[in-house]
Design a protein around this ligand. Structure first.
Ligand SMILES: Cc1cc2nc3c(=O)[nH]c(=O)nc-3n(C[C@H](O)[C@H](O)[C@H](O)COP(=O)(O)OP(=O)(O)OC[C@H]3O[C@@H](n4cnc5c(N)ncnc54)[C@H](O)[C@@H]3O)c2cc1C
Length: 155
């Protein structure tokens, strides 16, 4: 989000990750995220933006036939293994070794102190537990699916 605010750009992979986090981990309507992207993206495009948000939140014309909840930590470890992107946009964590930079809240407290990472002060603790959010999102999705099947509105 800092990259978007500073540059008006965000790579497609990161757009999918933040969109999934907002709509599935936090259960915030996709329209809220789409509005922020519309206000901040240099390449803001009504069709691409809407389709991008609807696809990621699982409600678009070409939505995936299953609900995909991105795991932000696994995505970070897979696509930014050494933490270059994190070090660029989260300088508070720049000194952390790659092993712990994706989940600093699990790092040994001595290592956090050594790197001046004070959780809850200079860097926040996680605001949600991803696994419980994923379960909640899957239950919510299932409920909507059942409601629509009941109304014979095919999903
Ligand atoms: C939640 C979300 C919101 C998005 N909002 C927008 C938006 O407002 N405007 C926008 O142009 N794209 C949007 N996209 C699509 C995609 O993220 C961007 O087109 C791409 O990241 C732009 O970066 P680039 O020019 O470096 O892309 P490259 O990867 O260099 O692609 C070149 C061009 O191909 C087209 N393109 C690439 N990927 C996509 C894609 N997934 N869908 C549609 N066109 C694509 C774009 O015109 C892009 O400029 C969104 C994607 C998501 C997941």
């Amino acid at each position: 989000m800092r990259e978007l605010w500073a540059s008006g750009y965000m790579h497609n992979r990161v757009r999918m990750i933040v969109a999934s986090f907002l709509t599935k981990d936090l259960l915030i309507p996709w329209q809220e995220g789409a509005q922020w992207f519309w206000d901040t993206l240099l390449d803001a495009d009504i069709a691409n933006n809407t389709m991008g948000w609807q696809w990621t939140s699982g409600c678009g014309a070409d939505a995936a036939p299953y609900i995909r909840v991105f795991n932000t930590v696994l995505q970070s470890e897979k696509f930014d293994k050494e933490g270059h992107y994190i070090r660029l946009w989260v300088p508070e964590l720049a000194a952390m070794p790659a092993k712990w930079i994706h989940q600093p809240w699990l790092a040994p407290s001595a290592l956090l102190k050594e790197n001046s990472v004070y959780l809850g002060k200079i860097y926040p603790r996680p605001i949600v537990d991803h696994n419980s959010c994923k379960t909640r999102a899957l239950l919510a999705y299932d409920k909507i699916k059942k409601m629509n099947l009941k109304k014979n509105r095919f999903f």
